[in-house]
Design a protein around this ligand. Structure first.
Ligand code: HEM
Length: 408
């Protein structure tokens, strides 16, 4: 029930791949295929308001750029939105837009909170939440899967990680949806800006409270740690907290709603999941490949160099497209088919190399809980209205997914 206009490769020279509408409304798979085969390093031309940027589409080139944060830095921004606006104000203070020793040091501190062992209590609570949300949806018989199930899982897990007190959670939730809902028709950029600043202030205050507090959450961990011999200041802590919400809320929601949509659109695969022919672990990886919630990442070339033999100049903006690399015929057999038992599955949905997603284990656990919940609790699902795509050049998936469900 998703009908999207197919864009033909001939239209390529008139396209602006930074245009959010294009990603929300069109099917670009033929364009990506053409680019991989004919122009693997394509130049998206400058517009009246934004500079040109390189578009890298082959899996091998995408991973080569991700791997090399010396030649391709994230410190000028790591998504088109900031790169095209001239930079990221959080550079060198927030993990995803910091490179070198500072990045490695900050990541080392955070890794202890993101190991599978440390995350176990949070994963247990995620499974309970998923079960409750699915049971509530089954009792009602219908739901908007994106809003009523998917949207209510990741932020709770992030609040658990950060030790956000129960009394503040509704407030953080509502600020987050205003701050990040800028691709929602109802919210203005000014609302989003105010909400983002309120979230940052909230976390700065929490960081001050947690210094020497004896708490065991990520904020207390950051407040009590040093990176390369220096303590983190309140700004760095609040930006790190914000990066967890930025990186881990909407991406994970979109993967979960995308999972339900993929199963609705592929009844054979739904059966394979239900019968156990497709194990949860491989199904999680294939859903991550299939949905690719983060369409691209961006870097700035630090020196005159090359990508796949193609010259790139120092200062150029380079974007790598996970959406294309995850369908590269040189890496994936029949990439246009959803195969929940696909193995190996070398998708780049969580990127690759030094900035590989810190929350990958948590995201996999969340998605696994949803797939297992659907398999065990739901007999039948039917889509009852159109899925509404988010409008973004960075995020991809459905913000609305109405369906009916029958209990197993
Ligand atoms: C990094 C995707 C879930 C936190 C990244 C990157 C991608 C990504 C592509 C690399 C960005 C770059 O190289 O510039 C996703 C997807 C998710 C997901 C598709 C869900 C399906 C999460 C979760 C969290 C999280 C649940 C935390 C709660 C982060 C952080 C980074 C990151 C902190 C920065 C790592 C670094 O720079 O070293 N993620 N992510 N992500 N992600 Fe995720």
């Amino acid at each position: 029930m998703t009908t999207r206009r197919t864009i033909a490769p001939e239209e390529l020279d008139t396209l602006d791949l930074a245009d959010p509408r294009l990603h929300a409304e069109a099917d670009l798979s033929a364009v990506w295929r053409h680019l991989r085969q004919r122009r693997p390093v394509h130049r998206n031309p400058a517009t009246d308001t934004a500079p040109a940027f390189w578009v890298v589409t082959r899996h091998a080139d995408v991973t080569a750029v991700y791997r090399d944060s010396v030649r391709f830095t994230s410190e000028g921004g790591n998504v088109l939105e900031t790169l095209l606006a001239g930079g990221d104000t959080a550079a060198r203070r927030m993990l995803p837009v910091t490179d070198g020793e500072k990045h490695a040091g900050l990541r080392r501190v955070l890794m202890s909170a993101f190991s599978p062992r440390a995350l176990e209590p949070i994963v247990v609570s995620v499974r309970r939440t998923v079960q409750r949300l699915l049971e509530e949806a089954l009792d009602r018989g219908s739901c908007d899967f994106a809003a009523d199930v998917a949207a209510r899982i990741p932020l709770g897990a992030i609040c658990d990680l950060l030790g956000v007190p129960d009394r503040d959670r509704a407030h953080v939730l509502s600020l987050t949806s205003s701050a990040l809902g800028s691709h929602d028709a109802d919210s203005t950029p000014a609302d989003a800006w105010i909400a983002k600043n309120e979230i940052l202030l909230y976390f700065a205050e929490l960081a001050r409270d947690r210094r020497d507090s004896g708490h065991a959450d990520v904020i207390a961990l950051l407040a009590g740690s040093e990176v390369n011999g220096l303590p983190l200041d309140d700004d760095e802590i609040m930006l790190t907290c914000y990066s967890l919400i930025l990186g881990g809320d909407e991406t994970a929601r979109l993967a979960m709603a995308g999972a339900a949509l993929a199963l609705l659109e592929h009844p054979g695969q739904w059966q394979a999941l239900k019968s156990g022919d497709a194990p949860i672990d491989t199904a999680v990886e294939e859903i991550l490949r299939w949905t690719t919630p983060a369409l691209h990442a961006g870097r700035t070339a630090t020196t005159d160099t090359e990508i796949g033999g193609h010259p790139v100049r120092a200062g150029d903006i380079v974007t790598v497209w996970n959406a294309s690399a995850n369908h590269d015929e040189l890496v994936f057999d029949a990439p246009g088919e959803l195969r929940l038992d696909r193995t190996p599955n070398k998708h780049v949905t969580f990127a690759y190399g030094p900035h590989f997603c810190l929350g990958a284990h948590l995201a996999r656990a969340e998605l696994g809980a949803v797939l297992a919940g659907l398999r065990d609790l739901v007999a039948e699902m039917e889509q009852t209205g159109p899925a509404r795509p988010v409008h973004s050049n960075f995020l991809s998936g459905s913000g609305v997914l109405p369906l009916t469900l029958k209990a197993a």
